[in-house]
Design a protein around this ligand. Sequence first.
Ligand code: ADP
Ligand code: MG
Length: 597
Amino acid sequence: MSDIIHLLADNVANQIAAGEVIQRPASCLKELVENSLDAGATHIRVIVRDGGRTLLQVIDNGKGMSPADARMAFERHATSKISQASDLFQLRTMGFRGEALASICAVAHVEVHTRRPEDEIGTRLEIAGSEVIAQEFAQCPVGTNIRVKNLFYNVPARRRFLKTDQTEMRNITTEYHRIALVYPHVQFTLVNNDEVVSELPVCSTKQRIEAIFGHSSKAFTGNLVDVMANTELVNIYGFVGKPEMTAKNSQQFFFVNGRYMRHPYFHKAILTAYSGLLAADHTPSYFIYFDIQPDAIDVNIHPTKTEIKFADEQAIFQILLATVREALGKFNIAPSLDFSLETHIEMPALSDQPATISMPRLQVNPNYNPFKQTAQPKTAATNWERLYPSVPAEQLGMQIEQALFTLPEINEQTPLMQWLNKYIIVPSDKGLMLLHQHRVHVAILYQELIEQFKQHKGMSQSLLFPEVLELTHDDMCTIQSLQDDLQAIGFAMDQLSPNAYTITAIPVQLGQANPCDTLLQVIHQVQDTGSNATQQWREAMALALADRMAIPLGKQLSDVEMRDLLVRFYEHHSSQYLNNGQTIYTIFTPDEIQKRF
Ligand code: ADP
Ligand code: MG
């Protein structure tokens, strides 16, 4: 018997685990709905009250549970989905950790009714704070009906951390949509405070997208282009929006094996595919579904993380890029494909080939990695690379092309010229490069800000006269969550009243820009991400701030200034696009110019 070390009681351990898995009502909802899907439900009804804080209920018509299983399901690490470690690599269910129900019942009052089709009578189970209060036979329909009441009733800190009902409901709706977009063959209903707010009948994927996003605007109806690629490595299907759709309506979704994911690297592939097709303030919309062998992705992801690591990201990048470009081209949306890609990517002839396994023929630069300088966010599995050595590109029938995506060289002798006080022209043997001066600077500042968020090294400049920033309730909630990051880059502010802040210092780079307008823009950009992920917030913040800080169009630049700008750009950034899809530079190749003579 040890003197001071002892094992935690189960309910304490469960409460700690709950802090990880169940962060807010939306995460609870996600776990419950995923369980219903794993149970084969074809109709799932979600009922929410007060942003999920008083009630979150999920009713399904799935396979239900026996009385013994119903009891067992609430134990930690109790799962019917895997039994040995190797099962992890064959995973086709949403859940597998056996943690969700144990976590939920540790921090809420839970009541379950469940019945299997083969049983005449069902089970009713009541649990609060991990303690079973009642278990009895009960009349109920086939399936499972689980009510989660008073979430975090015994964790006041968590409860206080919850945002307004409106914000929590928005998060719930986001999760609901992410799931509904993957299961168009399942009927979903969402009820908020006794009002049916979403009714999604069984339909096709395209109809599901239109049903979800069509109500606010007709943007998606008739504006989606099919995307499809079947390769040995991955199957991709889905839709991309026509380039003329505006940024306001843009929606961007990746899914892998039925799971929503964020993937900045694949996002770049799509932006690249659209290059030259989008007007300045337009962002592409996409709904891309990857289907891949479960052992080719890192499944050991944390339940609240949405970033997923693939074994073969670079090859998939190229397949995705070619597929989307081809889709845009096929519908004559891309009358003239971007020169730099056109010469390198051979589009597979689609005409009337059957949808069998076929491999787009691509030329790939396996060394291309837009994150080289910023280091890709690592997932929990540190041995990931070792576990999954990447398949050599040749094996995939691809050729290697080093030149693709590399910037032309510039040295001290390279003449630079500013044109229209807007562009910088750089001649090189690869062609004539035109850089957008404002966006080059945005790209540099963006990278610097992302660094500052991590290192807290932002330089501050005090304001002679503090500014008062008045905010709505929603905006207040957002800015509170952003406070640490804002401080990291040089803002100093104090809460003045329940709906106002005084700003006493700002980042130096902000110069003369109006601090209140800037902060409002930051808040709204963050809200527009519809995400809770810090990384995504930071990206949105950095972009909004960089846009304010960067040298404007119309400003005359000296030779030294231009050189300095380019040196910093080359150090920082290799992508041709900003995160919002805007083109930073373009190159007119000698071939293109030759054609004009
Ligand atoms: P996991 O989903 O990771 O297995 P959970 O804690 O979410 O873990 O669920 C534990 C188990 O309870 C599941 O493996 C499943 O067998 C059972 N279960 C949970 N929800 C349902 C449901 N809606 N219908 C049928 N069985 C369910
Ligand atoms: Mg589960």
